[in-house]
Design a protein around this ligand. Structure first.
Ligand code: RB5
Length: 157
């Protein structure tokens, strides 16, 4: 796969080793910054990588900030992107199997590189289960459409 990677200063130290790890799994990595530990704004780097994902220039994105939360909040606003901040193997497996997540957001400050490597490996190896999750993911994605009027009361399952 072609994979976007990006970080802010809180994830910078882990970015290069994790990019090398992703390449060692056989993927091609495109680096959207940042380029140093100098303080910077995570929404800028999340935006660059997530828009490349939405345009189909990459197949997946891996974003690293202090917590993963700011990257996820920003990236998930881009139509077509399903982003979440992940800190455990259980969550990354479900993020892939149930949510068909395409944008993994991880913590450079609260997760070790070794833990993030395990999370990343699972992000690439766990398939989407489909089935009953297909319709739910479609319901997530309808929120991208400004014309979607919202769920009508009573029309829930
Ligand atoms: C930067 O200090 C920090 O806020 C950022 O890396 C991230 O944790 C935001 O969610």
């Amino acid at each position: 796969m072609r994979v976007a990677i990006a970080s802010d200063h809180g994830g910078f130290i882990q970015k290069a080793p994790l990019a090398a790890y992703i390449e060692s799994l056989g993927h091609e990595v495109v680096d959207f910054g940042c380029d140093s530990e100098e303080r910077c704004d995570y929404p800028d780097f999340a935006d660059l990588a997530a828009r490349a994902l939405a345009r189909g220039e990459v197949d997946r994105a891996v974003l690293i900030c202090g917590t993963g939360i700011g990257m996820a909040l920003t990236a998930d606003k881009i139509p077509g992107v399903r982003a979440a901040a992940i800190q455990s193997l259980e969550f990354v497996e479900l993020f892939r199997a149930h949510n068909n997540g395409n944008c993994l957001c991880i913590s450079g400050r609260f997760s070790t590189i070794e833990m993030n490597q395990r999370i990343i490996r699972s992000f690439f190896e766990t398939p989407f289960e489909g089935g009953r999750h297909e319709g739910r993911v479609a319901k997530i994605m309808r929120e991208d459409d400004p014309a979607f009027p919202g769920v009508v009361e009573g029309d829930v399952r």
